[in-house]
Design a protein around this ligand. Sequence first.
Ligand code: PMP
Length: 351
Amino acid sequence: MKEWKKNLRDIEPYVPGEQPQAADVIKLNTNESPFPPSPKVKEAIASFNTDTLRKYPSFVCPELKAALKENYPVSDTELFLGNGSDEVLALCFMTFFNSDKPILFPDVTYSFYPVWCSLYNIPYETIPLDENFNIRCEDYYKPNGGVVITNPNAPTGIYMPLEKIEDIISHNRDVIVIVDEAYIDFGGKSAVELIHKYDNLVVVQTYSKSRNLAGIRVGYAAMQMELTAALEAVKNSFNSYTLNSISQAAAAAAALDKDYFKKCTGEIIKNRTYTVSELDKLGFKTMPSMANFIFTTHPDYSGEELFNFLKSKNIYVRHFNKPRINEYLRITIGSGEEMTSLVSALKEYVK
Ligand code: PMP
């Protein structure tokens, strides 16, 4: 064996859902929005002064922070921005989880968390969700090096009321608690306002789902100033200019178009209700979702079989071959037309 091979980093990466390129595919596998971004985003990009691209982007992102402040009661120094919430979360793990004690997160949750733990050598312990896939707050009342809660959880879609989130934060005042709110805008209530009450809270959100902008890679987090300062120091030891200027302008425009945001998220909620009730008639058991996806299973057909059948019909959904959830499909809520096609395909298969 060549000597240098011994020094290669060996890591099992996170594997995202497929991105099929064919035009005729119904893509319900990565929780993207079926709707285009706000028309204001189109205007912002069309009028973008490309001459400014010769310069590095602003790393304080004033325009984008001003737009975000229209939506949340936070100040500039309480906001941290990154290239998608994955980058924000990765930097948070690196900055906040440096204890010898394990960090805690549920056994069924976003599967990127263990990957960052292994990348940064962070000890972790997964806490089983209860038999109905709910988080039990008491399970998080023990010594740990940090806590990560996704709310609503993924891939279950199950939402935890803010009182319970607060219960977990208040029982963990000696460590940082991250609340990953990638899917909060489809019916849930954000924990952002709690950052003023708890100096150990970090709330992370994304432009990829409810803002219809997965392609521009913008995510952000809210927390008290001392934490943003620590996070900025780590980011600036890695890459100072994470967010490009065009993404900053587009994201600012999207944040300001509140009507369009409400219209799109409202449409997703309506299509979710429709899909759940149609699947119910076919015998599916679906977890109560507050996200832009549902997690569903059928007593008579395996998850893998349903996944393969839908794929043969050019309908891409997500199937996780993992303990506890391998009989489930995670289906992104798309447009009305896409959901009708999904339901008719399943009607054909599930007799
Ligand atoms: N958190 C959760 C729970 C997610 O499902 C995702 C999407 N894969 C992300 C964070 C990251 O999203 P993005 O990097 O597009 O902001």
